[in-house]
Write a protein that binds this ligand. Sequence first.
Ligand code: ATP
Ligand code: MG
Length: 427
Amino acid sequence: MFNRIRTQLTIRNAVVLSVILIALNFSVFFLMKKMLFAQVDQSITNVSTSATLAISPAIAVDGTKPQKTVMFRMGQMDRPIIQMFWTADGRSVPMPGNGTFNEEQLNDLRPSKFDTPYTVKAGDQYFRVLNSGNLNVSVASSTDGNTYPIITQQLLSNVSAEIGMLNRLRLILLVGGIVGLMIAVIAGFYLANRALIPIRRSLEKQQQFVSDASHELRTPLSVIQAHAELMLRHPDRTIEQDSKHVSTVLQEARRMSKLVGGLLTLARSDSNQLDLERRPIQFDKIVQECVSKMQMLAEVKEIILNAEIDANIPMNADEERLHQLLVTVLDNAIKYTPEGGVVRVVCRKFAHFVQLEVEDTGIGISPENLPHVFDRFYRGDKARTRQEGGSGLGLAIAQWIVERHGGKIRIDSKLSTGTHVYITLPL
Ligand code: ATP
Ligand code: MG
């Protein structure tokens, strides 16, 4: 499945990158062309106006036969411009500037478009050309002294250098474009791979979660099934006689219900369906309440449970979730501390946050287990062999609650010495 998605993503990425590249190359080329020719066109247009103005007196004097050679002012030229005249029957008037053109070039240069500049290839040279037609005057050629009736004035600027540059640019852009396309495909593949990493990871995590969950659910179910079958073998026995089986079934059902509750919380938090129900609360009261509740549990195990709680800690938070958090952490501390141990709860209020510490003198967590205690279904080796029957979801949910409140949870522990849980919550 991932390979198909990756191929699709690669193609899509490569296509998008290529389109961007091609568009960029085309814009660079046409912009360059436009810029180069705009300059040339500007100068021939400028000259065209002043040159036409210069011959207009000839029309005023005599529509057909000017008496003397018309002098042309070529304006302030920033590039050499050749001026030519064409007769109605398509012959060019010999002038000093155009004496160098051969028959073939003159053929190519014969006016075809008027009043807008265009490019002509004449022989091996390129020219930008501007024709002004319908002049209907006579001019005397300064080369052969004859008078010609002309209708078209033509201004030419040699743009061979510009065209050469554009051709080189086109080549560079083409080669660059092909290399770019290849890079685009590789980049597309790389990007597709990168984009898939988090998806793959979360899918793997989800699959792991589902398989762990099924596994954890199967154990209590088979225990229930086994005990129910045992009871069915002796239908004549009273509930009192079978109380061992009944209590096991009940215990496992309770465990399953707790597990399913935890699973539901985590699944909903994963899909962001679960949100906090924040309202103004007194954090110190909740801590006090939880400590009193767990006191009983501690007494049964002959554990001393101490608490130092700062007074008046108002907070905008989800009371039920914080309660769950405290019970989880205190439950661990008592569960993983042998008889006669001590569990200490310290709750301190600071300017912008509150710090809660739960310290025990219990079995501790080994350095290799410590990084995993917040993982779902993770249970330490010692915890596994114990009879308490936890699910390994407690700290995963605790971490979600703390982080959702914008806080942090951290655990320090030393094997056989004790565990120290630090929780900071913003006020
Ligand atoms: P439950 O879901 O019932 O809480 P659990 O207690 O095993 O099950 P977590 O609370 O998530 O699961 O804790 C994960 C593991 O971290 C435990 O199995 C245990 O090995 C270790 N652990 C947590 N707190 C302590 C502690 N105070 N002392 C020693 N080990 C601890
Ligand atoms: Mg626990």
